[in-house]
Write a protein of this length. Structure first.
Length: 542
């Protein structure tokens, strides 16, 4: 009895009486430690939120320009001699006609009087090569417009579109303070001022900007690295290239309508703050664009083409429709394979498989496969599906097979966890009422585990949606223009499309890369939202 009592006594360290002050200090330190832990946790969440918001904001801001496009609303003459020379309205003839010549005629009519090969090339380059395709679509939809003039928006090229979206390009207009007389209407023009040293202030501004006087030319000479300066007078535009105290000389970017002397305040100096060398459009093209803007022909609208077109070498024509269809077909194949196989494998391993060394090895390998790098599955698909079975390269069928291998371990693990979470009393009650083990599993356990299974499946599919490396190994990195219609057609997917666009140098493709990322994130958010909805819908309480 004494041994028992002594064994139940508190340890010697605990029997020591703790002074009240020390006890209060310990409690204070414990509470302080708890407060510090809470602050650190909140700080970690705040830092994570800041990084996440910064990332999403940067992507969204960069992607916004890709969702709009600019075009010139012009009168286009649908010339019957070009579109339908034989007058038979044959769809094949209408489809093969040269609609690009119609758009070039329309833009030339909008800015008349342009002479010379280089200015004409710059004028025609404002309009995208795909603008004629829009006219072709209208003609095929309504052949009755042949021979008439239609007012339709013609898509600008990517460089022009970016120029119109760039708010950083500043223009300054200075009114003329003296009379100017042009030497001609077109070509190289010299503007002469009667007043001595009329351009002295301009020369001072140029010298402050670092433009030195060229002794050989006898004037201050502007280069593309300097801010562009032009003079607007008599309905035209002259670029300033050489400046003397009484004259300025340069090419006529827009032809003048007369050689009459322009009075003070009847002309103006226009300054482009951003030099020509730092812009994707030349001064000639910028003047053409401003001319169209001043006439009210420039229109900005939502870029439906981004969602209704396939990939293209021209940034303004590139869209994600092909990638969207390829993604849908690839995920459809993935889901059709990995969901039934994964669920049945989980049911067998959890409910029917004997607990022996073989099943232990299988379980360990399934867990290990979930941690294998995704590119390994791509190598497996390349070796087996392409080289051995000779399946079509860059097809959603092969992509779905590879992603099914990637997602299958995740679905098996999630399904097993969901089945294991069902209380054993459910099985025991069903078997006690006379149900077989199979009936108990499929009629009672599986419905209760379905929310967890569906959640794991959708999360696994979301993982597959963001994969790029395994698809690159099976050739889905190819440039695909056509939209796939079957699982054996050549296709690409959104992650690969983002990878392809991000590697291109054009600035417009960088914006489309960000826009495609936004679409991909929208897919992921939608799939995660579907997982939450399914879990709440099928959840049963026991």
């Amino acid at each position: 009895m004494t041994d028992t009592a002594s064994s139940l006594q508190a340890p010697r360290a605990l029997r020591r009486a703790i002074p009240p002050d020390e006890a209060a200090a310990r409690i204070k330190r414990r509470y302080a430690s708890e407060r510090l832990f809470k602050r650190l946790g909140f700080g970690a969440l705040a830092v994570t939120a800041v990084f996440l918001v910064t990332l999403l904001t940067a992507i969204i801001v960069k992607s916004l320009p890709a969702f709009t496009e600019h075009g010139a609303v012009l009168d286009v003459l649908v010339d019957a001699s070009i579109v339908d020379p034989d007058g038979k309205r044959d769809p094949n003839v209408l489809r093969a006609a040269d609609y690009g010549s119609l758009t070039r005629t329309a833009i030339a009519a909008a800015i008349p009087g342009i002479e010379g090969r280089t200015p004409r090339k710059a004028l025609n380059g404002l309009i995208s090569s795909g603008a004629g395709d829009d006219v072709r679509t209208q003609v095929l939809a309504n052949p009755n417009i042949i021979g008439t003039t239609i007012k339709t928006p013609l898509l600008f090229s990517a460089d022009v579109d970016l120029y119109l979206k760039d708010d950083a390009i500043r223009q300054t207009t200075l009114p003329g303070a003296f009379d100017l007389t042009p030497s001609g209407l077109n070509g190289e023009i010299t503007l002469t001022a009667v007043q001595p040293d009329a351009f002295s202030q301009l020369i001072k501004d140029l010298e402050q900007a670092g433009v030195a006087r060229d002794a050989d030319a006898g004037a201050h000479v502007l280069t593309p690295r300097d801010a562009s300066r032009m003079i607007s007078l008599n309905g035209g535009m002259v670029k300033i290239e050489k400046v003397t105290p009484t004259t300025v000389t340069g090419p006529a970017l827009l032809p003048l309508t007369s050689v009459d002397t322009a009075k003070a305040n009847a002309w103006a100096q226009l300054i482009y703050e951003q030099p020509e060398s730092r812009r994707r459009v030349t001064d000639q093209e910028a003047v053409f664009i401003d001319k169209l803007k001043s006439s009210g022909a420039v229109e900005r609208g939502f870029n439906f083409r981004f969602f209704t077109s396939g990939d293209s070498r021209e940034p303004e024509l590139a869209g994600i429709k092909g990638a969207l269809f390829g993604t849908a077909l690839t995920l459809l194949v993935t889901l059709a394979l990995c969901l039934p196989i994964g669920v049945l494998a989980a049911i067998y391993l959890e409910e029917f498989a004997p607990k022996n060394r073989l099943t232990d090895i299988i379980e360990v390998n399934i867990n290990n496969l979930a941690a294998v790098p995704s590119i390994v599955f791509g190598l497996l698909g390349l070796a087996v599906f392409l080289n051995y079975f000779n399946l079509p390269r860059s097809a959603p069928l092969v992509g779905g097979l590879v992603l099914a291998l990637l997602v299958l371990p995740t679905i098996i693990i999630a399904a097993r966890a969901a089945i294991k979470a069902v209380p054993p009393s459910i099985r025991e009650a069903a078997i006690g009422l006379g149900a077989s083990q199979q009936q108990a599993v499929f009629h009672h356990v599986l419905p209760l585990a379905m929310p967890g299974i569906m959640t794991g499946t959708i999360i696994g599919m979301a993982h597959a949606l963001g994969e790029t490396a395994p698809l690159l190994m099976i050739g889905m990195v190819a440039f695909i223009v056509d939209v796939p219609s079957t699982v054996t057609d050549a296709a690409t997917v959104l992650p690969v499309q983002i990878y392809l666009w991000s590697d291109l140098p054009e600035a417009a493709f960088q914006q489309r890369t960000a826009a495609a990322i936004v679409v991909l994130l929208g897919f992921l958010f939608a799939m995660n939202g579907a997982a939450i909805w399914l879990r709440n819908k099928f959840e049963r309480r026991w």
